[in-house]
Design a protein around this ligand. Sequence first.
Ligand SMILES: Cc1ncc(COP(=O)(O)O)c(C=O)c1O
Length: 438
Amino acid sequence: MAERGSVMHSWCVQSDWNAPTVVGGAGAWFWDDQGRRYLDMSSQAECCNLGHQHPGVIAAIRDQAEKLCYIANAWGAKPRADLAERLLERAGFEGGRVFFTLGGADANEHAVKFARWATGRPLGKIITRYRSYHGASSGAFTLSADARGQHQPPGMLNVIHALPPYCYRCPFGQNYPSCGMRCADHVGDLIDWEGRDTVSAVLMEPHAGTNGIVAPEAYWPRLREMCSDRGVLLIADEVMSGFGRVGEWFAWQKYGDAGRPDLMTLAKGLTGAHLPLGAVLVSRKVCEHLDDRMLDAGLTYSGHPLSCAAGVAAVDAYATDGLIERAGELGAALRARLEALRVRHTCIGDVRGDGLFQVLELVADRVSRQPLVPWDASGDSPVKHLVSDARQRGVCFAGRGNLLILAPPLVISRDDLDRAVDLLDELLSACDAGMASA
Ligand SMILES: Cc1ncc(COP(=O)(O)O)c(C=O)c1O
């Protein structure tokens, strides 16, 4: 824990940080300098989709490092071109272009920039939603409406937040499907009320992100339709949901062309987190408005050859290892086990998700759906205890507020998945007992 006194750590009170030093990993496992092994049920911020230390990606990084580590954007670089080509093909964005960034937050900020330029709407309003997370740089934090950003001053103008498609706690007091998707129509209403010719884009995650909101099936295609009818661009933030998480290359592909966005942002699984990289995929339609103007955007490390080489190898590994389909199949098995836990554990309020991206929402009272802690609570909580107990027992879960997010590497074995759910079963009993004694 040498870094405890010297490194500023993310999302915590510095004096509370106290974590083992990890020195190695393979597949769904990693281990610390004391020789303790951990089964990864979080993919470390939902990004190690390929598992730890994928040999093909490591070989590609090594190979590229020996040839050329860096060349600026004024020059071409083969891995950059190869990766752009593969991404456009996988997304079906033929005739489009890719702008490379360093991660997800700057991908989202650039997507907004491109959408504003392409639509040419002076106010360039952007509609996102409450309970979303799009990154921690000041612009991306403004796009987000996450408990962690409540006290941040706005870093971007003209961002409007819609109410979320949160069926378990519907902000419109409705029930799905008799609601008629009021939550989606609400986004259309916002565009109309703000003025169609003032709104450039709607930017949302097509699947759960860290806030664990999973919209009903018809929501995303309805957004697509409403944006098209109003001449507003649709931006899919696929930073977390992309690269197989939900059993598709990109989550919007569940809806085929009816869900196709105009721009899409990527990071995390793009290299399987072997090196940092983000990207904005810009469709041909949007490129037509951008190709003949000066692109006032640039990052020193945009399209860094080493990261792009990792990206090429990662995209190839998802395909050749059959990981996208595998996530769908293993995800169904995981979901079945979670549904069985829901029957046994009264602290489970809701189970939702797709593929290897499942969310458990825990409650203090199943009938009233009273949350265990307020949604923006940052202190002690039963979920934090559960995550910490699991870590002691060698399993790494991701938890925030009342949510447990199960997002293991797509390479996890069925036995390991079962082992993690068995431990979860045991630990949830402690939450049930806590409820009973409250
Ligand atoms: C949906 C989504 N968008 C954007 C980001 C920001 O990505 P980064 O941390 O690489 O800037 C995240 C990070 O968790 C995310 O989940």
